[in-house]
Design a protein around this ligand. Sequence first.
Ligand code: NCD
Length: 309
Amino acid sequence: MIEHLLSCDDLDAESATLILDTAAQMAHAMSGREVRKLPTLRGRTVVNLFYEDSTRTRVSFEAAAKRLSADVVTFSAKGSSVSKGESLKDTALTLQAMGADAVVVRHPASGAPHRLTGWLDGAVLNAGDGTHEHPTQALLDAYTMRSHLGRLEGLRVAIVGDILHSRVARSNVSLLRTFGAEVTLVAPPTLLPVGVDTWPVDVSYDFDAVLSRLDVVMMLRVQAERMNASFFPSAREYTRRYGLDAHRMSRLPESALVMHPGPMNRGMEIAASVADSARSVIVDQVANGVSVRMAALYLLLSGHKGGAA
Ligand code: NCD
């Protein structure tokens, strides 16, 4: 097993499958229990270090660590000495001195989790770094697809919307290709990254043209906070061309899944009726996130210095 979880590029099919299988065991172990806790990481400390806003990911990592009986310290940059100008390195050294066994980090700078590995002895888990990667999101997405559709190999997945700013898209492309799925990116040209032609994906500007042959459609949030220019004429125009509404949903195959990593802009990239429909597995994605993060923490910490708990 790898030492840190920084990028889906570090996972081969075998290690990624091990994480998904372990997550399934975690979910199973939790389901029959009155007290939803396993003693596995008792006495270990997991620090959640969040320099960017988050609801799902932060709460999910916290729940995962607690269900494994770890001690959890959550540090959000707002209200900390970061606002007094403390550097990432000094924060890392503080956590190191406190004996963190694992640090879960979200940071606006791509590469920040990788930098941390040089300053910490514990495992580092990337919970989203800038526009780079968000590996546990891709793992929980793959877990959700596998649990509903029974396989990943050969699945036809469209990732739709703001690819340019999306670490979720980058991690999903990498992991889905490792599992042998076929990925199509659908977006206006302005929301595709430079060099996308070298990615192992198909690209389409026409959402309607791809709908009828998809197994999964993954909608992405329009990340207005990362935009410093205008990337499309108007919100209405974006929704008209790239939004998933009830009409477009009706053109998907019967068994196709609708996914979204959250947070959603209801009415923009996805209609509320679609998000709440029977085909939407958005709530499952959130629930599966806890099992996948339990698996990642367990596998990294039991393989790490200090040995298995
Ligand atoms: C995403 C993120 O923060 O990268 N959300 C998440 O973690 N579930 C996507 C987003 O912010 O749109």
